[in-house]
Design a protein around this ligand. Structure first.
Ligand code: ADP
Ligand code: MG
Length: 701
């Protein structure tokens, strides 16, 4: 793609004019808007509602559905102030359906309490949950109404992502002003109509009008799902702009050079001959792909996808040896210390006999030890394993030829680039190998990782017995504990996974500490350990070591064990509140068992009642052990976009698009993207600037 054109003349295009040209936008407001990335008038058009609140109708309390947002009206029947873990206010309201709803507040003022006297008529809005006393809404928005029959809203209420000092109301006014500057269709469209002809979606202009100001007769259900044609039209543009920006990133990377790593194969042969198993066909194929890439003088950017347990580590080790044979250094970075340490252990076992001593660098390596590692990295150290610490200042490689990053989705594009830049020498950058266990359907991978080549390890090592998964209600907890006792009595080990650390009656999640106490009491004579994210790294490592060598029989853990932990003797896993996790995450967790010869099982211990969707998701887990099947199912069930785990990293923080929901648009995105790069490079550039705000997000590629 050619370089960005010179900035357009803003005096001619009101869309590109600064927001301060809008009535009533002074410096303070402009600053608040800038925090949201809104600088130009057109940025307001594309700052889209996060969701909509439907206050166009009132739901009878009797008909409330857990998990849904609803507007309710009723009279205050009782008010109670109490203290349960922390101060709280409970207000019971009652409507003509005869049912009662609890409003629960954890932050409240005295004046608020005074306004909620019994008999007061309230109209409330919020998310309905099932609490101890039946339906409840925590911290509802509410207002007092004088009498029944007060008018409801005529339009859906958009809710925008805003920042402190900027109310929803104010923001809605601003979007109204900005929309007046929308040019006519011909001027607004950047995606040539000929390219999107087949999609039957509204024009961009109509789409923007609709999402900011949904009329009374808009398809409310579709809008709330994000599936309205107007939203799909915008999603198409947004996905296209991301796709194009990744393509550009890739083109820029390709302009660099990289050292051609062609070793004599001696280390790789020695490694293979010492391995206690033969590499699977898939491992070999992927290794060949990698070795072809790094043997060339343009930088490799390859993603290796392989289901949990498919043996990615061996593939990574082989790639590392190829680079070392060629006289270059290798860095392997993992997202958690737990995982990095495990890699270190594996690599020590495999490489020390070959005369290679892996170095270790994590945040806790300090003082003299740190200095000596840094010296080795700047000197003749061949391989260093570590965490984010590898990207810190002061880490200077002598000759980094290959950067390997495990569990990609925990890191953003930026971090990947940061590690690569550690090895930059003028125009030359290291090769990059990215490993991920998150199975991503192909179309999705091509968009989410448009800057990477993808290899798939689509075969598990032989001799694995598939994990049996059962879905069990928390009411049968006692039986599950019995099952653990029986398994451990046979010398096997088990995991008990809790989904939250802190007790929270709000979410009804069992705290790991509570589970530990309870399980210790229920299983006398069994050694139970605990590992969670708040523990110090050294404590965590100690517990994991004890579990690995069998001193601990049952490990109570939070999702910190989600990625990569490998203890083959552990053959039973209980996951509490699995309904709270995405399918991809559940699959990752379950991958911790079924690594040895014995038959393994996974118990999904859910807290009822389950929504139909939650039930279908757990059913998918029971049905299959295949990560790709589960990923496809996740898409089909329109899971909450967790597939890529990108919400945390912000790597792909979309405004409207949702890779899972809008997956069917992806082939179109690829087709249109290719055509635009070919025939309309300038429009492509403007499209990226419109949605991603110039080059800032992926700067420095
Ligand atoms: P993941 O792809 O989940 O990172 P690992 O690399 O941790 O998987 O491998 C899982 C387990 O399988 C490890 O104990 C590893 O030693 C073993 N393994 C890897 N490749 C093979 C193979 N070809 N045959 C048998 N066992 C293998
Ligand atoms: Mg792994």
């Amino acid at each position: 793609m050619p370089r960005a054109p010179a900035p357009a003349d803003t005096s001619l295009d009101p869309a590109l004019a600064p927001v301060t040209t809008l009535a009533g936008v002074g410096p303070a407001l402009a600053e608040a808007l800038a925090r949201l990335g809104i600088v130009r008038v057109q940025d307001l058009w594309f700052h889209l509602p996060l969701r909509y609140e439907d206050r166009t109708r009132i739901t009878a309390i009797r008909d409330l559905q857990p998990g849904a947002h609803a507007q309710v009206e009723g009279r205050v029947a009782a008010v109670e102030r109490g203290f349960r873990f922390r101060p709280q206010l409970r207000v019971a309201i009652e409507d003509d359906s005869g049912a009662t709803l609890t409003l629960r507040f954890f932050h409240f003022r005295k004046t608020q309490v005074d306004q909620l006297a019994p008999g007061t008529r309230l109209r409330c809005y919020g998310e309905v949950r099932v609490g101890h006393q039946g339906a409840e809404i925590v911290h509802p928005q509410y207002q007092r109404v004088e009498a029944a029959g007060a008018p409801v809203e005529e339009r859906l209420t958009p809710v925008y992502p805003v920042t402190e000092g900027l109310s929803q109301k104010r923001f809605a006014t601003l979007t109204g002003l900005a929309l007046r500057h929308l040019p006519d269709e011909a001027a607004l469209e950047l995606v040539p109509v000929g390219l999107r002809g087949g999609l039957a979606l509204p024009s961009l202009r109509a789409a923007l009008q609709l999402v900011h100001r949904p009329p009374a007769d808009a398809d409310v259900a579709a809008l709330l799902r994000g599936a309205h044609p107007a939203q799909r039209r915008l999603a198409l543009e947004e996905l296209l702009s991301h796709h194009l920006s990744l393509k550009r990133l890739r083109a820029q990377v390709r302009e660099h050079r990289a050292p051609a790593l062609r070793g004599d194969g001696r280390l790789r042969e020695a490694f293979a001959s010492r391995l206690p198993f033969a590499m699977t066909g898939a491992q070999q194929r992927v290794s060949v792909e990698i070795e072809a890439d790094i043997g060339a003088s343009s930088p490799m950017l390859r993603l290796v996808q392989g289901d949990v347990g498919s043996g990615k580590t061996v593939v990574a080790a082989r790639a590392a040896l190829a680079a070392i044979e060629a006289g270059h250094q290798v860095a392997l970075m993992a997202p958690t210390e737990l995982l990095a340490e495990q890699h270190l252990r594996n690599l020590r076992t495999w490489l020390e006999p070959l005369g290679i001593a892996p170095l270790w660098l994590a945040g806790k390596v300090q003082g003299r030890a740190r200095r000596s590692v840094l010296e080795a990295i700047a000197g003749d150290g061949a391989l260093v394993v570590g965490t984010h610490a590898l990207m810190q200042e002061g880490v200077v490689f002598r000759r980094l030829g290959l950067a390997i990053i495990d569990e990609q989705h925990r890191f953003g594009v930026h971090q990947r680039l940061a590690l690569r830049d550690k090895g930059r020498e003028g125009d030359s950058v290291p090769h990059q190998l990215v490993l991920t266990a998150t199975p991503i359907p192909r179309t999705l991978a091509m968009t989410a990782y448009a800057d990477l080549d993808v290899s798939v390890i689509d075969e598990l090592p032989p001799g694995r017995t598939p994990v049996q998964t059962v879905v069990v209600s928390a009411a049968r907890r006692g039986e599950v504990v019995e099952r653990i006792r029986a398994a451990c009595a046979e010398g096997r080990q088990a995991y008990w996974v809790c989904t939250l650390i802190e007790e929270s009656d709000l979410l009804q999640a069992q705290a790991a500490e509570v589970a530990l106490a309870e399980l210790t009491a229920a299983l006398p004579g069994l050694r139970v350990g605990l590992v969670h994210g708040r523990m110090k790294a050294a404590e965590k490592a100690e517990v994991m070591q004890a579990f690995r060598n069998g001193a601990i029989a049952l490990l109570v853990a939070t999702t910190v064990i989600e990625v990569g932990v490998d203890v083959p003797n552990a053959s039973l896993m209980v996951i509490e509140n699995p309904e709270r996790l995405g399918l991809a995450q559940l699959h990752q967790l379950r991958g911790r068992v079924g690594r040895g010869q014995v038959a393994s099982s996974c118990v999904l211990l859910y807290q009822g009642p389950l929504s139909a969707l939650a039930r279908a998701r757990l059913e998918a887990m029971r049905e299959s052990n295949d990560g790709f099947f589960i990923a496809e199912k996740d898409l089909e069930l329109r899971g909450p976009g967790e597939l890529l785990g990108t919400r945390q990293t912000g790597q792909l923080a979309f405004r409207v698009a949702d890779l899972a929901r809008d997956a069917d648009l992806l082939p179109e995105v690829q087709r249109i993207g290719a055509a635009m790069l070919e025939q309309h490079a300038e429009l492509a550039e403007r499209l990226v600037a419109r949605w991603i705000g110039g080059a800032t997000r992926y700067a420095g590629a």
